[in-house]
Design a binder for this molecule. Structure first.
Ligand code: 16C
Length: 247
């Protein structure tokens, strides 16, 4: 078996011990656990989820919410992708090396801290949405395995003295994102590229951190979230096509 460079840094099956020694670990562990549990909860039971985009297996829901007059609508998306594993999906979402290839809202990205092979702190600036000010974000990102062929990435805003908020042209936004993926294949069969299906639950809450016109903001996310999920899943399918399946 030839191990390619792409596969050596796949999400680990167990938490890296360097992460458990880091001051952020209690928060990273608590929020990741909460987010992964919530990601797989059905939208049907909860009141207020409105379907706003649907295409093939992809369904996107939002709940209208405002905090201090700012739109902070939580988003929840469900999708199904064939031919790739949960671990592969999370590898491409977590690893900053691939980010410019699928993330279209990005202007710049810097790694503020490499905590462990499964956690880092990332600073990003985004394309400006007229007429609002440009935004940036500083968030930890953690990838982990969970029972039942599940992998998940959680991103959550944090602080770092080297990346102070609201000092330059950008307003700092706050984000909590979880991409949770679960792979299945027909009972009694060994998973292969031809029989594997991965269910995706993507949850995102963005607080714009300062004034942004509500109408523009809702119009932008209604366009950008479906674009992101379609583009990202398609990107992973293409990246994996000729590689051995990584479970
Ligand atoms: O989860 C996603 N990406 C991850 C890796 O980058 C990470 C990023 C989270 C940040 C999400 C906030 C994005 C704000 C973008 C604002 C500029 C968009 C300009 C586009 C116009 C060409 O977890 C995938 C994220 C997909 C993002 C979809 C867009 C959501 C917009 C939400 C409203 C932001 C308010 C900005 C106030 C002006």
């Amino acid at each position: 078996v030839v191990i390619t460079r792409d596969q050596v840094d796949l999400p680990p099956p167990a938490i890296d011990s360097r992460l458990t020694l880091h001051p952020l670990w209690p928060e990273i562990d608590r929020i990741s656990t909460e987010q992964i549990t919530a990601a797989f909860e059905e939208v049907g039971g909860e009141i207020g989820w409105q379907l706003f985009a649907e295409e093939g297996d992809m369904k996107m829901y939002r709940r209208e919410m405002e905090v201090d007059g700012m739109v902070t609508d939580p988003l929840k998306a469900m999708h199904k992708v064939r031919g790739v594993s949960a671990r592969e999906m999370c590898h491409y979402f977590f690893n900053p090396r691939y980010r410019y290839e699928w993330e279209t809202t990005l202007e710049t990205m810097r790694i503020a801290e490499e905590i462990s092979c499964d956690a880092l702190v990332c600073h990003q600036t985004f394309k400006r949405i007229w007429p609002a000010s440009q935004r940036d974000a500083l968030f930890w990102s953690h990838v982990r395995a969970a029972p039942a062929h599940t992998y998940a990435v959680t991103n959550h805003s944090t602080t770092n003295d080297d990346f102070p908020a609201n000092t330059g042209a950008c307003i700092r936004l706050f984000v909590t994102v979880c991409l949770a993926c679960r792979s299945t294949c027909p009972a009694g069969q060994r998973p292969t590229r031809d029989n594997i299906t991965t269910s995706i639950a993507y949850c995102s809450t963005v607080n714009p951190g300062g004034w942004a016109p509500a109408g523009v903001l809702r119009a932008v996310y209604k366009r950008e979230y479906p674009k992101f999920l379609k583009r990202f899943t398609q990107y992973v399918v293409e990246q994996c096509r000729d590689k051995p399946l990584a479970m």
